[in-house]
Design a protein around this ligand. Sequence first.
Ligand SMILES: Nc1nc2c(ncn2[C@@H]2O[C@H](COP(=O)(O)OP(=O)(O)OP(=O)(O)O)[C@@H](O)[C@H]2O)c(=O)[nH]1
Ligand SMILES: [Mg+2]
Length: 197
Amino acid sequence: MTTALIMAGGKGTRLDLDYEKPMVKVNEKPMISYVIEALMESQYINKILVAISPNTPVTSEYVKKFPVKIIKTKGEGYIEDLADILKNREYVKKDEVIMTIVADLPFITAKQIDDVLENYYKRGKPAMCVSVPEYLFEKYNITPTLVYEGLVPTGVNLLLANNEEQDQSIYESENVELAFNINTLNDLNLSENYIKK
Ligand SMILES: Nc1nc2c(ncn2[C@@H]2O[C@H](COP(=O)(O)OP(=O)(O)OP(=O)(O)O)[C@@H](O)[C@H]2O)c(=O)[nH]1
Ligand SMILES: [Mg+2]
């Protein structure tokens, strides 16, 4: 079984709106609700943690209606806050498998999450980074935020909670939804076009 950890304590600077990024609505629903619902529906996820911070008080209130555990982080950066959580044995056990996921993936589905996890368990390596090939973005006319060697990193990663260097594999998923995250107003507009398609 796998624990999901939604990172939801960022400042949302690039989006430049007056409200918190996880609460930005796509098709009339806050983005984070899509992520939580997909995780709830996944066959392999048995626990959902949401890492909020002083940057995201509204998100913190909103997620209370879901079966999730809220973790308060400092909001000092994704890497720093993730490291603090992984060290804390109140939150995660040393050999717990953690799927970290960002809050701004409004098109993610339970089926895609299950596909990622089936691959992770098949490979048997402690860590796995999920990416999507860039050409899929071109196909759907979406602009990826970051491209590295023809691959777009998704906001989804797997690791053990022991917080040590881990042997990692890279999984190339064919599901562009796993990498279609919303960072800018342009991304938000693109997401509306994507919905229409
Ligand atoms: N708990 C926690 N979550 C974070 C932190 N930084 C980013 N996140 C979350 O990690 C996910 C991916 O981060 P980004 O896409 O960069 O979001 P962001 O940092 O809010 O936005 P920018 O300020 O534009 O970079 C988002 O769901 C953020 O809410 C942090 O310091 N603490
Ligand atoms: Mg950021």
